[in-house]
Design a protein around this ligand. Sequence first.
Ligand code: VG1
Ligand code: CO
Length: 548
Amino acid sequence: MTQVTTVATAPIAGQKPGTSGLRKKTAVFMGRHYLENFVQSIFDVVGCRDAQGQGKTFVLGGDGRYFNDRAAQVILRMAAANGAARVIVGQGAILSTPAASHLIRLNQTDGGLIMSASHNPGGPNEDFGVKFNMPNGGPAPESVTEAMYQRTSTLTQYHILEAQDVDLAAIGRHQLGPMVVDVVDPVANYADLMQSLFDFPALRAMFASGFTMRMDSMCAVTGPYAVEILENRLGASKGTCVNATPLPDFGGMHPDPNPTWAKALMDEMFSGAAPDFGAASDGDGDRNMVVGRGVYVSPSDSLAVLAANAHLAPGYKAGLKGVARSMPTSAAADRVADALGIGKYETPTGWKFFGNLLDAGKASICGEESFGTGSDHVREKDGLWAVLLWLNILAMRKQSVADILKEHWAAYGRNYYSRHDFEAIEVAKADALFAALRGSLATLPGRQVEGMTVSAADDFAYTDPVDGSVSTGQGVRVMFEDGSRIVYRLSGTGTEGATLRVYLERYAAGPAGLDLDAQEALAPVIRAAHTLAGIADFTGRTAPDVVT
Ligand code: VG1
Ligand code: CO
């Protein structure tokens, strides 16, 4: 017997979704009514029935972190109680974020729920998260997440079905009260999509001829996807994929693919035994880091190289419609867009801002400095997609990653780039720093610092070119006459204190000065960033915790 129960609940404060969904400590999500309140708020805003009263269809999956399996059962019972007709779930409640986006689109569903805190560590003492994606497969826009947030503060009840767990290990159709639950292979459709975009025969031939690679899934969700695509379909040797079993605590790893957290991969790629190509991906599979033998590819450069060479892959042979990047991402991609004569767009941080551009056919490839790149094949950033596009480019150009980068910089000049993160700062101190910085904006133009002159300074605001919606307060930008730039932002994905992100950029037109160490090349910009914001004075910090 199944029966809908309506549970009285009190509004829970502080459920404001950030850059990408709602993230909290796992214990908070597991607290009384917390997950339920947020899920009910999602369903109240998007509705589980359409205007004709027909039940809607959603996709559900997550990155496999601790509480993923329990949360999935709660969400299913709540979807059933709220009138949804069908939920498509990845086997074991597993779906990478890009695979979820693809399933939403492939099945023309009414959206989906993704259980993930992305690159944040997982486990009982770490983080959990829930995000809602729209029928186009992309993250809910600010208007929708704001409505969900408002709803959490007025909610007085939620609906849940009293029922046994659905066997999510068993692929096939299950019944949950009046609702159908279709458990699907989380990998197959996604792998097929990749096969439709990239030249798999050429990639198979490249691996067969001895090309070597290391794919580090950091014990997070991309493991099964990487094994199926790289080892099974493309014939990469067994063991190419490491840390390929998703674990509830990610094996204690911090699944953020950057040189700090993917250190084992970096060490291998800079060792004498380095394979030809290395890559890592994050908790939910939407981010990527690519590394060549002895050479690190900064995400901003990766976006630019992918944009410049995408036409070498079958899925993009007709060329790109435009390139979009988040504001803090370097302008390297803009130079490619200019050379190709296609549109270029600069959006606030967060993938949700790319959705309209992709839907409207204004941009084909998008990227963020935070190791996220993707295209119009889904509406999320996509880690394995970026890895496969790189592989496709390597297969066609038959050059090393290092040579491709060198040629790219020689052609376009080089945007030296780095991000410095100052983590777990007291919120009040971070707020004071920003208040002072914002207060000083008008006085900055003309100011000399480190031998550079400030040309302009503002707080980035964005008007969506498709729907006209305006997003303000998206980060402080300081531009210099020599083309250098500093951006300051507070993270919207952390769960402890505040994280100050400082983004640093300097352009070298070449041919001289193209092969400096990035931190060296940026040294004056870094010093200027400390001076202008008084980082040490406000926070007591003199050096960043993470440098990418
Ligand atoms: C970070 C990144 C941002 C990215 C977001 C979600 O946000 O900077 O570029 O879109 O994470 O990515 P923030 O607000 O902490 O800077 V993911 O892989 O966590 O979905
Ligand atoms: Co992610």
